[in-house]
Design a binder for this molecule. Structure first.
Ligand SMILES: *Cc1c(COP(=O)(O)O)cnc(C)c1O
Length: 240
C-alpha cells in the first residue's frame, strides 16, 4: 500500500466517524483536522504526504522537527506532540504552530517568557492524563480547570484546547469512556469562558483509536502508523 492510498483510507474513515458523531450528538458535522505524525519517517516519505495535500505534521522531538523545518520551511504547519523539556523551549517556540503537550506550570511560565521575547503568542493544548497512568505525562482531570486558569493568565500563551494520549487497548472500544470523559471536560472549560482560553481543539485519537475518538468529539487526530507504516527508529535526522 502506498502512503497516498493510506491517507485516502484514513480520510474516508474520518468522514465516516464524523457522520457517526453527528448522529450521536444530534448536531451538524464538525470538521476534523488530521495531523500526519512524521516522527521517525524520512523527508522522502513526508513528501508523498505533502504531494497528497497534507499540510500539518506532528513530531515528538524538537531536534527532529528542526531538521525537517530546514527542509520544508513554512509550507507546513508544525505541531509538537511529545514532552517538552524546559531546555528546548528556546528552539521550540519559534518553530511550532501548536504545542500539544503543555503539562506543568514551570513549562508554561518558561514558554510564555520565551514567546514574549519573540513577540509571539504561543497556542498550546493542555495535556491531560485521563486514565491517571503513572507512566504518562499530563495533568489530572481534577486539575485541568485550575491549570487552564493559570496558563491563560500568562501574557504570551493561549490555551487552544486539550490533548490526551489514551492508554493502548487492543479493542479501541475500551478507550471510548475515556474520550467521552475528556470531551465533557473540554465542554466544561469552553463554557467557563476563561479569557485567553479559546478551547478550539480537542486532540485525541491515534492510529488505533481515531475513529472512536472522533465519535466521542475529537476535532483533531494524530495519525502516524496508518499513514506511513511502522516507524524506522534507525533514521538519524539532526540539524545540519
Ligand atoms: C507517535 C504519536 C502519535 C501517532 O501514533 P500512531 O499510533 O503511529 O498513529 C500520536 N500522538 C502522539 C503523542 C504520539 O507520540
Amino acid at each position: 500500500m502506498s502512503i497516498q492510498n493510506n491517507i485516502a483510507i484514513v480520510e474516508r474513515n474520518i468522514q465516516t466517524a464524523m457522520r457517526e458523531r453527528a448522529n450521536i450528538s444530534g448536531q451538524a458535522l464538525v470538521p476534523v483536522k488530521l495531523i500526519a505524525v512524521t516522527k521517525n519517517h524520512t523527508p522522502a516519505e513526508m513528501q508523498q504526504a505533502i504531494d497528497y495535500g497534507l499540510t500539518t505534521i506532528g513530531e515528538n522531538r524538537v531536534q527532529e522537527a528542526v531538521a525537517k523545518y530546514d527542509i520544508f520551511g513554512r509550507k507546513l504547519e508544525y505541531h509538537l506532540l511529545g514532552h517538552l523539556q524546559t531546555n528546548k523551549v528556546k528552539q521550540a517556540v519559534p518553530l511550532f504552530d501548536l504545542i500539544h503537550s503543555l503539562d506543568s506550570e514551570k513549562l508554561a511560565r518558561h514558554i510564555s517568557r520565551v514567546a514574549g521575547e519573540l513577540a509571539k503568542i504561543q497556542p498550546a493544548l493542555l495535556e491531560v492524563n485521563v486514565a491517571g497512568e503513572a507512566t504518562k505525562q499530563g495533568v489530572s482531570l481534577a486539575d485541568v480547570l485550575d491549570f487552564a486558569r493559570m496558563v491563560s493568565s500568562l501574557p504570551n500563551l493561549v490555551v487552544a484546547g486539550l490533548m490526551t494520549v489514551a492508554p493502548h487497548f487492543d479493542d479501541p472500544e475500551e478507550t471510548r469512556p475515556l474520550f467521552h470523559t475528556l470531551y465533557d471536560k473540554f465542554m466544561e472549560l469552553k463554557q467557563a469562558c476563561i479569557p485567553n482560553c479559546t478551547m478550539e481543539w480537542l486532540s485525541m485519537g491515534m492510529t488505533n483509536d481515531y475513529s472512536v475518538a472522533i465519535e466521542e468529539g475529537a476535532n483533531m487526530v494524530r495519525v502516524g502508523t496508518a499513514i506511513f507504516g511502522a516507524r524506522n527508529y534507525d533514521i538519524e535526522l539532526t540539524r545540519r
